[in-house]
Design a protein around this ligand. Structure first.
Ligand code: SF4
Ligand code: SF4
Ligand code: SF4
Length: 335
């Protein structure tokens, strides 16, 4: 294998900068303390056992966020392939929220792992120590210091997709329909909250499966459900846990004894309850540490060492190329 002069110089420069960075950095400096959730953190509790798969939340999400209905429908034949069906097959550049279904065997009983089925809502989990915020080189992912909600500044976004690769849940997606591309993800309907409203998905959910409110209240409600005797009737809040809507009465399910998101990757502000194991719903088994705690120091050093020169180099190269149109032909001859 031969390297062009350009490849060699690029690789050598990056290697030297990385080596310099690592050599000057003690290992302990690469980890930092976990981030704490803001006191007034807002979030969502999704209780899979209450979800009836109506997809009202998906339609409401599209309407609230300016996505035309059916903009990205999955081909009909694929709806039941790979155990999934929804208006869209999964999150994509315009779909901020999907309902997916787990199925096993004859899928005859809801909320049963064997020969059963269960629904799961997929959207941003608004992590306490959010990887997307940490890896974004230009601060286009922003965690609100009061509510903890993670929003995205489209004007600042470079379109580099580091957030997509960094997110442990694969949430941010690239909208190729835009002239310069754009990252999209659930912002917990921050625009509706600014007008005194609540996230559209929770607003329309008929059973309270998607429930909005302070994370502390949602966690307490989740723990109450876990502590209750399966089969006993429970009054499930709907919409906003602090609101006064009529409750939805239903029996307590045989839950997995864990609130998903309480500990995973340092905690998330969207939490889940389920009767089938979380990994069957596509919620990965993750440890309690946010991975960014251990790589942030190195990564930010790399940004310091590499990004500014890389941007400068890119800018210089662009100017040189613009002024010397014959340079491409010369490069190709070297290969
Ligand atoms: S789920 Fe992904 S996109 Fe959402 S806050 Fe966490 S890291 Fe960011
Ligand atoms: S909070 Fe808003 S953007 Fe997020 S899933 Fe619900 S409706 Fe969609
Ligand atoms: S979360 Fe609520 S609105 Fe969405 S599919 Fe389930 S029951 Fe329907």
């Amino acid at each position: 294998m031969t390297l062009s002069r350009r490849q060699f110089l690029t690789g050598a420069g990056a290697g030297a900068a990385t080596a310099a960075c690592l050599a000057s950095t003690p290992a302990q400096a690469l980890s930092r303390e976990p981030k704490a959730m803001p006191e007034g953190a807002l979030g969502m509790l999704f209780d899979s056992t209450l979800c009836i798969g109506c997809q009202a939340c998906v339609s409401a999400c599209r309407a609230a966020n300016g996505v035309e209905s059916g903009a990205t429908p999955a081909p009909l034949a694929d709806w039941n392939a790979a155990n999934t069906w929804a208006l869209a097959e999964d999150l994509d550049g315009v779909t901020l929220n999907v309902i997916k279904v787990y199925r096993d065997g004859d899928a005859s009983v809801k909320d049963r792992a064997t020969d059963g089925f269960a629904f799961v809502k997929r959207n941003c989990l608004h992590c306490v120590d959010a990887s997307c915020v940490s890896v974004c080189p230009v601060g286009a992912m922003i965690k609100d210091p009061v509510t903890g909600i993670v929003t995205h500044d489209a004007d600042a976004c470079l379109g580099c997709r580091y957030c997509s690769y960094g997110c442990p849940f694969g949430v941010p997606q690239f909208d190729l329909g835009k002239p310069f591309g754009q990252i999209n993800k659930c912002q917990m309907c921050a625009h509706l909250q600014a007008q005194g409203g609540i996230p559209a998905c929770c607003d329309v959910c008929p059973t309270g499966a998607s429930l909005f409110g302070p994370v502390a209240d949602l966690q307490a409600e989740a723990e109450q459900r876990l502590a209750a005797e399966p089969g006993t009737l429970h009054q499930f809040p709907r919409g906003d846990i602090r609101g006064d809507r009529p409750m939805h009465e239903a029996a307590i399910a045989l839950y997995q004894k864990h609130v998903y998101g309480q500990t995973e990757v340092g905690g998330t502000q969207v939490r889940y309850l389920s009767a089938v194991p979380f990994e069957k719903l596509g919620l990965p088994t993750l440890g309690p540490d946010a991975p960014v705690r251990f790589v942030e120091g190195l990564q930010h050093k790399l940004y310091n060492y590499l990004l500014a020169p890389a941007v400068a180099l890119f800018g210089l190269a662009w100017v040189v190329r613009r002024n010397k149109p014959g340079i491409d032909a010369q490069d190709h001859e070297e290969h």
